[in-house]
Design a protein around this ligand. Structure first.
Ligand SMILES: Cc1cc2nc3c(=O)[nH]c(=O)nc-3n(C[C@H](O)[C@H](O)[C@H](O)COP(=O)(O)OP(=O)(O)OC[C@H]3O[C@@H](n4cnc5c(N)ncnc54)[C@H](O)[C@@H]3O)c2cc1C
Length: 307
């Protein structure tokens, strides 16, 4: 069976890994250069490194815990003592480490944006900037609005009910140390989260910080240019810490239009009536990496149970 998976975030990788383990050989296509989707790590000149997407990896279910235990034993995730009286779990040396661990041995085609999905009598034709061939099964794990654009007409359930909160994110490196907690939740009305990224296990010894704007602030400033977002968020960050701009070694912003799922679909995936096209991702079950993993795994199990 020829299988294409769109998206190398946790949902797509989990699906591909499960299918591969069962002896199938799916191909994973992603428009991005790196794998992991919103579980993202950016490296910048100067040796700076930032987790600008998912910050930590909570785990509530047995299946996901088994993966996390294996990844931890293999050194790809680690516990982070944030001084809050509990430890959190992060990818190590960056959040993409967990994605890379799950992706081992998979057929990955990065830098390939799927622009059209067409059903023929032979199967599904995939198009990027060239024809990619015909597939018996296609699994789309793009965020729901993008999946709906690509595949919505053929799916049995409405993806339109799913809603997301955006997140504007600042990455900043400082010249000198800051004497504040390594995580700050809702430190101001405009900032929802600040983390000392370099304090996470396995990171380079730089002084890198990530700040996420609140949902209201993100919505209000979503369409500004990235430079303008960086300038305004840097001002918020510096004012909050009583710093001036001479302290800044690096600053950049990222716009996550579909960051955190507000209203999930409430079921692990959607499929076409003939079960040849699937769509899934975190948006099916909730706002976390674990939900993406659950969705991708459920799609693979459904395909395998019918094979
Ligand atoms: C700022 C932020 C903070 C977060 N914090 C946390 C946290 O602390 N803990 C937590 O558990 N979760 C957190 N999350 C949520 C978590 O990152 C997501 O739930 C999870 O990574 C989603 O995985 P996914 O595979 O469903 O989707 P994604 O990771 O979005 O993967 C989808 C992939 O599809 C690709 N794609 C889309 N369209 C196409 C196309 N046409 N062709 C080819 N490829 C395509 C994209 O490039 C992407 O790689 C956070 C997210 C953000 C943005």
């Amino acid at each position: 069976m020829k299988i294409a998976i769109i998206g190398s975030g946790m949902a797509g990788l989990a699906c591909a890994a499960r299918l591969t383990k069962a002896g199938l050989a799916p191909t994973v296509f992603d428009k991005g250069r790196g794998i992991g989707g919103r579980m993202a790590t950016r490296r910048a000149d100067g040796g700076f490194q930032f987790d600008h997407g998912a910050q930590v990896i909570p785990c509530d279910s047995d299946g996901f815990r088994a993966l996390m235990d294996d990844a931890k034993a293999a050194g790809h995730v680690a516990e982070w003592d944030t001084g809050e009286g509990k430890t959190r779990v992060v990818g190590s040396p960056g959040m993409t480490a967990l994605a890379k661990y799950v992706a081992q041995g998979l057929d990955l085609r990065q830098g390939t944006e799927i622009t059209a999905l067409t059903q023929t009598t032979e199967g599904w034709d995939l198009t990027a900037n060239e024809a990619l061939g015909t597939f018996d099964r296609v699994i789309c794990t793009a965020p729901a609005p993008q999946a709906a654009k690509l595949a919505g007409h053929a799916l049995t359930d409405p993806l339109g009910a799913v809603t997301y909160a955006p997140s504007l994110t600042l990455m900043v490196a400082l010249h000198t140390a800051l004497d504040v907690p390594v995580t700050q939740t809702n430190p101001t009305d405009a900032l929802a989260w600040i983390a000392h990224d370099s304090a996470k296990p396995g990171r380079p010894t730089q002084n890198c910080w990530v700040a996420q704007a609140s949902t209201d602030w993100s919505i209000a400033h979503l369409e500004l240019s990235k430079d303008e977002i960086a300038a305004r968020m840097l001002d918020l960050f510096l004012t909050h810490h009583g710093l001036d701009a001479t302290e800044v070694a690096y600053a950049a912003a990222h716009r996550w239009r579909y960051a955190l799922v507000d209203t999930p679909l409430g079921q692990p995936f959607v499929t076409s009536a003939d079960k040849t096209l699937y769509a899934g991702g975190d948006w099916c079950l909730g706002p976390r990496v674990e939900h993406a993993w659950q969705s991708g795994t459920a799609i693979a199990d459904d395909i395998l149970s019918a094979a």
